[in-house]
Design a protein around this ligand. Structure first.
Ligand code: NAP
Length: 251
């Protein structure tokens, strides 16, 4: 008998799977047994190879999620290549930094469109399939700025706060219909996204001093949370935002 965290026979689509948190989650889902569609604008060859090395099937779905144009195709190509879509991880995201008084419309639109609008319409496209198919798991990648204000990142904070609300709304609509919608809120994780912060000696020291665990997280630290929320073990977990933050929010 398979265990409660076993994902054998499940198909996952992970956006932004070529690097960072998306890559780590794709590999963790594969290690738990899932086949994985690696979705993104940079081809995720390394991730797909890693999934196959774990004995699972992988496909690469090219998609620039700056707009919602590719969302239907992401679902269709995943179904065509892997025969299902049981798990969606909305991970792709960007950040733009500037003082609020100077923040441009372009930086507002780019972040909201990628981090929030495309996420909603991908949830909708995948959700239609999952609802018709009797169930599924959607995991959105939130942030500490789903809970806090941050500074000099107004569109990022708005997008990630929006992800928190959207996750709960979708859970309210779909929980009784077999689709679990939850989120993971990473703390400070060492990826390309945070390279500038890591390189800033003063900011880096201030950040590490405030993290109870005493260090940045590694993308692999998100894997267990993703497997849990994607698995049968989380069947009664709906609309939850699971912080994986080294204790940051507890401080
Ligand atoms: P990353 O290394 O910069 O990776 C971001 C991923 O999103 C890349 O695969 C990127 O593809 C993809 N992406 C960005 N814009 C896209 C678009 N228009 N279409 C398709 N894919 C796109 O960052 P990360 O740290 O792993 O971040 C992953 C997620 O975690 C993001 O949602 C981020 O906000 C969130 N997060 C990160 C942290 C952290 O500390 N690192 C903390 C909280 C939340 P390309 O390589 O082609 O750009």
């Amino acid at each position: 008998m398979s265990g409660p965290f076993d994902l054998t026979g499940r198909v996952a689509a992970v956006t932004g799977a070529n690097t960072g948190i998306g890559q780590a989650i794709a590999l963790a889902l594969a290690a738990a047994g899932a086949d994985v569609a690696c979705v993104g604008r940079t081809p995720a060859d390394e991730t797909a190879a890693g999934v196959r090395a774990l004995g699972r099937k992988a496909t690469i779905v090219p998609a620039d999620l700056t707009t919602i144009e590719p969302v239907g195709r992401v679902v269709d190509e995943t179904l065509a290549a892997l025969g299902g879509l049981d798990i969606l991880v909305n991970n792709a995201g960007i950040i733009r930094r500037a003082d609020a008084v100077d923040f441009s419309e372009a930086d507002w639109d780019a972040v909201i469109d990628t981090n929030l609008k495309s996420v909603f319409f991908l949830c909708q496209a995948a959700g239609r399939h999952m609802l018709a198919n009797g169930g599924g798991k959607i995991i959105n990648i939130a942030s500490m700025l789903t809970f806090q204000g941050g500074i000099r990142v107004p569109s990022y904070t708005a997008s990630k706060s929006g992800i928190g609300g959207l996750t709960k709304l979708l859970a309210n609509e779909w929980a009784a219909r077999g689709v679990n919608v939850n989120a993971i809120a990473p703390g400070y994780i060492a990826t390309n996204n945070t390279a500038a912060l890591q390189a800033d000696v003063a900011r880096n020291r201030a950040i590490v001093e405030r993290i109870p665990a005493g260090s940045w997280g590694d993308p692999g630290d998100l894997g267990g949370a993703a497997v849990f929320l994607a698995s049968r073990a989380a069947d009664y977990v709906h609309g939850h935002i699971l912080a994986v933050d080294g204790g940051w929010l507890a401080r």
